[in-house]
Write a protein that binds this ligand. Sequence first.
Ligand SMILES: Cc1ncc(COP(=O)(O)O)c(C=O)c1O
Length: 442
Amino acid sequence: MGGMDHYRWLFTRGDEGLILLTRGEGIYVWDESGRRYIDGSGGPICVGIGYGVREVLEAVQRQMMRIPFAHSSHFTAESVLECAEKLVSMAPKGLTRVFFTSGGSEATEAAAKMARQYHLERGEPSRYKVIARWQSYHGNTLGALSMSGNIARRRRYEPMLIDFPHIPPAYCYRCWFGKTPKECGLECAWALEWAIKASGPEYVAAFIAEPVVGATLGTVPAPEGYFKVIREICDRYGILFIADEVMTGFGRTGKNFGIEHWDVRPDIIATAKGISSGYMPLGAVIASEEVYSTFKEPFAHGHTYGSHPVACAAGAAVIDYIKRHRLVERSAELGKELLSKLERLKEHPTVGDVRGLGLFAGIEFVKDKESKEPLPPEARFSRRVMERCLHNGLIVYPGWGGVDGIRGDHIQVAPPLIVTGDQIMEIVDLLDKSLWEAERSL
Ligand SMILES: Cc1ncc(COP(=O)(O)O)c(C=O)c1O
């Protein structure tokens, strides 16, 4: 759990202190000693429909028995076609073409390559740059990391990365332009135009952004109107807009896809996580008909496990479950309850900001609420909070570096969309208790 510094090497039994999980049901998981945890973040915002859903298990089992693998170069399977259709039925109108991957980094990277080939096909071979934002996260493979704006995650690999431009984030709590919401002229969106001009528009292929910045800022929705400006600029300069919906897809924010809150249609969506709710590794790129129809040559990209029939069977069953149980609407309704209950935590001396959209919330911690001075990085405060939460039987997703790549602490709270009002109460109570403990330990 807990982002980069917590990923382990290959480990052997008995090493490292990882918690060995043995079972999951609903919003709960159990470890080998029988201890129960509420999964208050779906791991890294991955589990949308909760654990132990029989329909998914059965769909996976059926597909395993029928045909577990069909190489996408020449073959397909019914579950792949079915999952693609269901995906399109959830996507914004006009996004009709699906390319399946095994996860989020593969999806954002495929989206970038798709944008590059789109321009090649249109006879604009100089276009290759993908403009992204600081404090964003688009994945860890080298292409995806080149787009990511998380300084801590990039630092060690900087010499290996592609030199893509980055613009300031849309981060109202710490506006990079020193504006208050009242004074806001969406400078952070107009910064894209400057970056395009500075890069040379003829070199720019795409702009990529998370509608609500997840792991690296702690659930920060862009301000109203932001993506309308982005869309306008992309259209003016012939640049594709890629929405990274790896965390924000499949009802997490209270809409099918997060970008719908801004009433804007991207050219390409990259998604993963909630699509299969963690039951199988699955991601997808969904492209517009216009992008697709530009391709005269096949998309020159693919992986052995792309369009995996079993993963797609899980995805199709998860989408069915989301629709049947109206989980998108549920996320919108219960999300309000989650946010208002989390607001209560502002009585804590370290809680600087509470924000979110749907069942996708974030809390930013500070040393001083007035000046918004962050806690010292050595205190590892968000990890302390996570550790206290784990001790008290709650899983949250910690992150850091939101202020300048190094300083800044936050956690994300994003329970499975099946969570009940009572369970939300329990999550907030456990968080409250864990926060006091973490604060006392400072
Ligand atoms: C917005 C976003 N994009 C891309 C990724 C990378 O996805 P994956 O870890 O499945 O490769 C993540 C993962 O957290 C993410 O949050």
